[in-house]
Design a protein around this ligand. Sequence first.
Ligand code: FAD
Length: 291
Amino acid sequence: MFPIEEYHQASNVADAIQALSKDATARILAGGTDVLVRLHGGNSDYGRVVDINDLDELREIRMDEKGNITIGALACCSDIIENELVQKHLPMVAESLATIGGPQVRNCATMGGNICNGAVSADSACAALVYEFDLVVEGVGGQRIESINGFHTGPGRTILKQGDILTSFLVRPENYTGFSACYRKYAMRGAMDIATIGCGVALQMAGEKITTMKLAFTVAAPTPIRCRNAEQVMVGEVFSEENLEIMADELEKDVAPRTSWRASKEFRLHIIKTLAKKEIRRAVKSQGVAQ
Ligand SMILES: Cc1cc2nc3c(=O)[nH]c(=O)nc-3n(C[C@H](O)[C@H](O)[C@H](O)COP(=O)(O)OP(=O)(O)OC[C@H]3O[C@@H](n4cnc5c(N)ncnc54)[C@H](O)[C@@H]3O)c2cc1C
């Protein structure tokens, strides 16, 4: 069984915030696929939990009259993947969540937990970066909106403070309308494996010219990142293989891969460049532009 020292079942968001603020070591329990696994692995830091699974209002996925899409922080990956709004407007969110673990994990794991866990390999992080997610956070000071840019502060770390709870993700229409977006995860196994490198691209085109491009990576630096230097090479230019090669060289200014047991930094850099070129080509193709 799980060595849980202190367990509180939150009855609403305010109650969760109060329980978290009262106990500096308490952790939010959402799908539990990180928290319970660490606890089971003997990590006692996770022994005092505030369970938010009764807060069904945090599972909602909806669009308002202005086209803003809200994805509840407690919505599980499977529900998000199967959601019609997501499939229609944010297909890359579904594509990236479908690479997480296996079906059982996706039936429990939440995108909220995937982002708030602060993992540099989080498969939903590239989608959050290229669709420019806003994060709706409730805390002792009330509600605030945080940008995904700068949300991750280091491996396993985010800007969230004790007592903070992410309630939902907000995606504004200007950040998804007319975009082609795609995600590719390079991992040693085809499933049930953590990313060696994850790459996400979103772009808009006018004729053969790329008018907007957002390029993001996981495991290419101490946090998930946007690659602004590489993006600049492609924006405003007609798509070409020559420009892709220049972009790939420019990427070296954006990334700082490291060597780990999964891969050397040289191999990671090679994968980073290769995936960036592949995913940009794929996004350009789905804009209907011949290559
Ligand atoms: C077998 C297995 C395979 C996996 N494969 C992958 C994979 O391929 N890719 C991948 O990215 N991950 C993978 N994971 C990790 C994990 O499934 C994901 O990170 C998942 O999305 C975490 O969500 P959760 O709801 O289970 O989070 P939990 O375990 O409940 O919480 C994770 C962390 O986030 C915090 N948290 C959760 N919700 C909130 C909130 N609303 N507000 C503030 N803080 C919050 C918790 O306090 C905790 O620190 C795998 C895990 C397992 C067990």
